[in-house]
Design a protein around this ligand. Structure first.
Ligand SMILES: *Cc1c(COP(=O)(O)O)cnc(C)c1O
Length: 363
């Protein structure tokens, strides 16, 4: 028996520190936009190698607030990966802009830089680079394209806290980055939470207002803002966990390496990690045309699994009102990818139980 993911086991090593953090906030009598949030913002900005961090309510709001901060809206187009969680697309839709999907590289599952230029039009304002499954997108190529066409580069780093590209961390690889602290992410809160990182002083100042009713002076509203703030309790919990993120990401790397070694040569496609990229393994995704057989086998062995994602964004009922371009890679992936259990707490025996079950299922 190996569960796909136990959040209880993820948080167990932090239980004492979390309880102390919660007690501190309860006793402070201050629950929104206070010391814990501002301290976490500083600590997370430093961690990412960014100048500013703005705590917000969730990852989706982080993305849509960044778009608003860059004045992207009606009439504008934003390039998005076809293979991503729906939030990447929804943020673009929410601000009134048009998501323009680009298919992924069939090996990395991240947006294929070679297909981006064909999707650029005079209306294109930005590219959202998603570091999917915890692996940074090909930022060097994406940045070069963006510079040639005068586009903004936004990172969706919701699955990539701590991941590195050419020695720099996610959150410092574009003009601004969106993070989620949804409980299942590599750095997870005990509820919803999110953050934006950027080096842009003016953007940061504007986002601090936009997240708080468009206000920096109480009851004076300069812009039509929203209510999307990381709260003091979640910030305190995240502060307790952040110092251990690197060690937990290392534990995930060890699990991923064991999977790679034990499944080498198995009739299954393993993740491909290009040179210069250091993923944090939010998910460990394998690919096979015999996915149903693999699922039956895993079930028989008591091994948890998930599919990320079973329906591509353009194939979602919510997006059925539009005609989308052909996206053959995303269409194939939705039927063939499968995520194996990965978490910092997994033992070598757990991982071996998974790899034995995978091999037995496909033999
Ligand atoms: C989780 C996630 C989001 C959204 O984060 P929430 O905090 O759930 O709103 C956005 N993009 C990606 C790639 C994600 O995995």
């Amino acid at each position: 028996m190996v569960e796909f993911l136990s959040l209880k086991r993820v948080n167990a090593p932090h239980e004492g520190a979390i309880q102390a953090a919660v007690a501190r906030v309860v006793q402070s009598g201050w629950y929104i936009l206070g010391e814990e949030t501002y301290a976490f913002e500083q600590e997370f900005a430093t961690y990412c190698g960014a100048k500013h961090c703005i705590g917000v309510g969730n990852g989706l709001d982080a993305l849509s607030l960044i778009l608003r901060g860059f004045d992207i809206g009606a009439g504008d187009e934003v390039i998005v990966p076809s293979n991503t969680f729906v939030a990447t697309w929804l943020a673009v839709t929410y601000v009134g802009a048009q998501p323009v999907p680009v298919d992924p590289d069939a090996r990395t599952y991240n947006i294929d830089p070679q297909k981006i230029e064909a999707a650029i039009t005079p209306r294109t304002k930005a590219i959202i680079a998603v570091h999917l499954y915890g692996q940074p997108a090909e930022m060097t190529a994406i940045q070069a394209i963006a510079r040639r066409h005068g586009l903004t580069v936004i990172e969706d780093a919701a699955q990539a806290h701590g991941a590195q590209h050419a020695g720099k961390r996610a959150g410092s690889l574009g003009d601004a980055a969106a993070f989620s602290f949804y409980p299942g992410k590599n750095l997870g809160a005990l509820g919803d939470g999110g953050a934006i990182t950027t080096d842009d002083d003016a953007l940061a100042a504007r986002l601090r207002k936009l997240r708080n009713y468009g206000s920096s002076v109480k009851y004076q509203h300069d812009e039509l803002g929203v209510n999307s703030r990381l709260d003091e309790l979640q910030a305190a919990v995240l502060r307790a966990k952040l110092p251990f993120l690197d060690a937990e990401n290392d534990a995930r790397r060890a699990v991923a390496q064991q999977y790679m070694d034990a499944l080498a040569g198995a009739p299954i496609e393993l993740p491909f990690v290009p040179q210069g990229v250091d993923p944090v393994w939010h998910l460990f995704v394998v690919r096979t045309a015999a996915r149903d057989t693999l699922i039956q086998g895993l079930k028989a062995h008591g091994i948890g699994h998930m599919i990320h994602y079973p329906i591509a964004c353009h194939a979602q009922p919510a997006y059925a009102d539009q005609v989308w371009p052909a996206l053959p890679v995303a269409e194939a992936l939705q039927h063939e990818v499968l995520s194996l259990p990965i978490a910092p707490y997994l033992s070598a025996q757990d991982v071996q139980a998974v790899t034995d079950a995978v091999r037995a299922s496909l033999s």
